[in-house]
Design a protein around this ligand. Structure first.
Ligand code: ADP
Ligand code: MG
Length: 189
């Protein structure tokens, strides 16, 4: 099986009281995996430490329990994979491989800006999976900033057009849970 989660997390250990900007009912609905059956997209947007990866891993593990194939990659790794395949002349094969899992989780989009060619490669992946397999993306950037992330507003618009067509966008606000824990234990003011 694919996956490769960075850590093990479940929805049951997610403290919704600590994250009032989240609608728990909406997250529970996502945990039914109906959106995956439909090939829809989910975006978790918000600052670092607000639980985006925790939620992505939890939903990914739920999907596996429901017998969906799931692959988890960081955006940086994904772009490196696509760039290497492109330079090796195996891009088409790599796009086919990356289109097989019913759910592809792309974590940490926006921490590093894309190079121009990377945006085109990413666009090809999104197009290939469009309306066939689900994509879940976590990002510390709002959708309005994706033009800068991709380094090309035209390609960013084309990517967003496909991603947002059948999508749930969840914007998380608030402070980092990591820092909150530190503050509580007196390590930070
Ligand atoms: P992000 O991906 O948004 O930067 P993470 O999901 O990695 O944040 O969360 C950072 C750490 O804090 C993880 O260990 C995660 O399990 C934990 N965490 C974040 N938010 C919550 C929450 N609301 N309840 C329980 N644990 C949380
Ligand atoms: Mg994260």
């Amino acid at each position: 099986k694919l996956a490769q989660f960075p850590f093990v997390r479940e929805l049951d250990s997610f403290d919704f009281d600590a994250q009032p900007s989240l609608d728990q009912g909406q997250i529970r609905e996502l945990a039914t995996c109906r959106w995956i059956a439909h090939g829809d997209t989910v975006l978790f947007l918000g600052p670092p430490g607000t639980g985006k990866t925790h939620l992505a891993v939890s939903l990914g593990r739920e999907a596996i329990r429901q017998n969906y194939n799931v692959q988890f990659v960081t955006a940086a790794t994904l772009v490196a994979m696509l760039a290497k395949a492109h330079s090796d002349g195996t891009l088409d094969k790599q796009l086919t491989i990356l289109s097989r899992p019913k759910l592809l989780i792309i974590d940490e989009l926006g921490y590093l800006p894309f190079e121009a060619n990377a945006a085109h490669l990413f666009f090809q992946l999104v197009s290939r999976r469009y309306e066939k397999g689900s994509i879940l993306i976590t990002s510390n950037r709002s959708v309005g900033e994706w033009g800068n992330v991709f380094g090309d507003p035209v390609v960013a618009t084309a990517i967003l057009d496909r991603l947002l067509h059948h999508s749930t966008v969840i914007t998380i606000r608030g402070d980092s849970y990591r820092l909150r824990e530190k503050r509580r234990s007196g390590l930070l003011q």
